[in-house]
Design a protein around this ligand. Sequence first.
Ligand code: NAI
Length: 736
Amino acid sequence: MALPLRFDGRVVLVTGAGGGLGQAYALAFAKRGASVVVNDLGGDHRGIGKGSSAADKVVAEIRRKGGKAVANYDSVEAGEKIVKTALDAFGRIDIVVNNAGILRDRTFGRISDEDWDIIHRVHLRGSFQVTRAAWDHMKKQNFGRIIMTSSASGIYGNFGQANYSAAKLGLLGLANTLAIEGKKSNIHCNTVAPTAGSRLTQNILPGDLLETMKPDYVAPLVLWLCHESCEENGGLFEVGGGWIGKLRWERTLGACVRQKNQPMTPEAVKANWQKICDFDNASKPQRIQESVGNIIGALSQIESDGGISTNDTSHVASTATSGFARAIGYKLPPFSSTYTELEAIMYALGVGASPKDPEDLKFIYEGSSDFSCLPTFGVIIAQKSIMGGGLAELPGLSINFAKVLHGEQYLELYKPLPRAGKLRCEGVVADILDKGSGLVILVDVYSYAESELICYNQFSVFLVGSGGTGGKRTSDKVKAAVAIPNRPPDAVLTDTTSLNQAALYRLSGDWNPLHVDPNFASLAGFDKPILHGLCTFGFSARHILRQFADTDVSRFKAIKVRFVKPVYPGQTLQTEMWKEGNRIHFQTKIQETGDIVISNAYVDLVPTSGVLAKTPSEGGKLQSTLIFEEIGRRLKTVGHEMVKKVSGVFEWHITKGGNIGAKWTIDLKNDSGKVYQGPAKGSADTTFILSDEDFMEVVLGKLDPQKAFFSGRLKARGNIMLSQKLQMILKEHARL
Ligand code: NAI
């Protein structure tokens, strides 16, 4: 049998507890161990007069039965004083039941200002005053339970009770917001709309019903809602005679009656009236975000198709079945992504590459001899396909962008990404699946450098709530996620994201305010801005490259992830990895909570033996090869003299198409000098990095090396002064 619900150690304040429902609550709480403040002003049912006997009588009864209680005779408008009574007597306040109430029934035209005001002061302002006085104590102790007392008169309206109805529904509005604001401090706020025989209802309810509608048949609901084990928050309940029901809002699918670039007219409202009021397939919105989301959805719909149609993604379901065929195979507008080392570095910083890890330097310093673009930057190049509004154009599907989630991601590279360049991206809707709870749109994006395919992305975009069309659930086009092995991970790497992580990552192109604007994040239902899923993806891929591929980007072949949960900037990402041949399975967790945020994921690596074939062949087809060979020949005669004049070793990294095509060393320090292919044996005094084309321009005298240096086309590190001397050699000995 379940244990009885107890309130030992809890301090409960019940307002208007001198009679009726309040008395029943006070007695019930005391019986189950609570210390109770019995508040009652002691006036009549119209709010006239006052006295202490009502509260005293209830306190006496509780004490007689062995319980703990004190009386308070203030009006609820003096909330601070009432809460002080609790603190003085029992040292804390855990539960507030706002129950005190009066009536001033009049038909609307006869309501006086006083009748209006006193009802609002006692019910609405009184509940506000008492609750506010208790609020900070509850927050500090990270526990609180609050009850607001509404009424069927407020919910449905009742003849002769306009003032009372307005105040009673006002209490529901107050409770709705307290439920949201209190949630993170474990303060729950619920509302009851009771029916019970009391002095308030003795002239309203028929006599026999009064008898059966005992306040005792309401109290158990209030006790349960106030118990520490009850998770209910923000609920509204009708209760009476032992029956309890919960209420919620319902909303029709509605209709969008405005057309792009057209004035909105009352005629359009009239024409759509039936649809606006049709509760078939109605939704049950629970949060303001769903309301805002619907409006944003309507706006994007007006922008995209300009048509008059229903205003909800559920209508996608009804139009989608026939629309699927047209959308599948649809080619998204092609575009080009141009980037330089700056974007590649910004991305690397965004996914946590840092100078604190020496192996990351090549991702964040363009002067590194092996500067590389992180492979997962490939997703940034292609993401414009789905972010640039391409999805808004899909034939047969109208998408509510407020309900779009990034479900999964696949990325495959056919060669390492160039360190800078221009890639042309072509996207196509590969397939559309119906998962019941939503539709999944598979968007394949191919990125080319001229005609060479560099990478391929598959974005899985989930449209929440628009499934159930009876469409197919699977497709051979899917790059499937794969379950992790059933054993402890072979390796685990962690990285703590910085509080700036999302703000930094978004500079790479995902500008959604959800990741930076606290107001926007709270509208979307988050406590604060969240990290981009693709940022976590970048962290994990970096971990795998480091752990299993020596941070060698040419070993990266493909990655697949499923996004499960959001991460907040500042949390620690923990990548758990399992090696199975060339496939590294992984999942990513938030270390602080243990929550899995990326699941069923893997990275495929190029086997070590295949790497050489993938990297550009050393020196092949480079024009600079001829020059170096020529310098080498000429040094044979003048080398001795040059070594005396220069005394330096120069290493050259000649790039082609963004990658290092060849390394050369001109040694003018040892013996009589020599030129050879490959890095310096021993150490270089100065290292130069520049493209094959720029090298030719320099030696042909068309490009001034100093200008090339300051414009970033030529990079030099080490002893820069020595490079002055080298210029002399190039002038004298590199002319062909
Ligand atoms: P009741 O009249 O028996 O109890 C209300 C108590 O509040 C009284 O003891 C009264 O002295 C006290 N009170 C009035 N003004 C006060 C003030 N300014 N400060 C402190 N105490 C004050 O009435 P009942 O039926 O027990 O009502 C309790 C609550 O339930 C009220 O808020 C009422 O509006 C609400 N309600 C009751 C229904 C019913 O069927 N009994 C129906 C719907 C709502």
